[in-house]
Design a protein. Structure first.
Length: 214
């Protein structure tokens, strides 16, 4: 199984390839969007490993989520309690602790590595989820939002393919034996039928929420 550094490096390479294709085919030549395109693919390239409890992706995602929620809480608190310094400092801090540690612990409890997060449906969720966020919290055009969202999906799929390559090939020079993880990355469902059902319902909800507003 490829490690974080390998996945991130591959994601950056895929991002550069996507940016090059975007320039060659006239999709965009704006350097800011091209840089964001590479960044989006790189982010997608490590998202599947967020279900690994001790992984760098898990820490990155939940620290980033905690900070983002805290920032929104700061704006809300300033508007609601402009003269209450205790609230302005306390609410965002509590929000960060709840998201990073409480929500993170719940996430650990209900997920396991190589579960539903290593699947095609979750790649679709990541793509549509990114599109929904960009539609509501960015000033990009519809085509730019779609481009960046697809970039995240490309990075996500690239991660799954790389995991399968590492499971199916001998890259260490030793006698080759098929890895027990072979076939566990690129799949359409998990071992849990309820979880699989929920993910497909989420896909339908995200699809309706995103493409009705395009």
């Amino acid at each position: 199984m490829a490690n974080f550094k390998t996945h991130l490096s591959t994601g950056i390479i895929l991002g550069i390839i996507c940016a090059t294709i975007a320039v060659v085919y006239g999709i965009t030549s704006h350097w800011t969007l091209l840089a964001l395109l590479i960044f989006a693919v790189s982010i997608g390239s490590f998202l599947p490993d967020v279900d690994s409890d001790s992984s760098i992706p898990f820490r990155i995602v939940f620290y980033a989520l905690g900070i983002t929620c805290s920032i929104f809480t700061i704006f809300w608190t300033i508007n609601s309690y402009p003269d209450q310094l205790f609230f302005i400092i306390g609410f965002p801090l509590v929000t960060f602790i709840i998201v990073r540690f409480a929500l993170g612990s719940i996430f650990k409890k209900f997920t396991h590595h190589r579960g539903i997060f290593h699947s095609i449906p979750m790649a679709i969720v990541a793509t549509l989820g990114t599109l929904l966020v960009l539609q509501n919290y960015s000033h990009f055009t519809s085509s730019e939002q779609l481009l960046l969202s697809i970039a995240v999906g490309i990075g996500f799929i690239g991660h799954l393919i790389l995991d399968e390559i590492y499971a199916a090939t001998n890259l260490n020079g030793k006698k080759f034996r098929p890895n027990k993880n072979l076939g566990s990355a690129i799949k359409l469902w998990s071992n849990s039928l309820p979880i699989t059902f929920i993910v497909y319902i989420i896909i339908l909800i995200l699809f309706g929420a995103t493409f009705t507003s395009l």
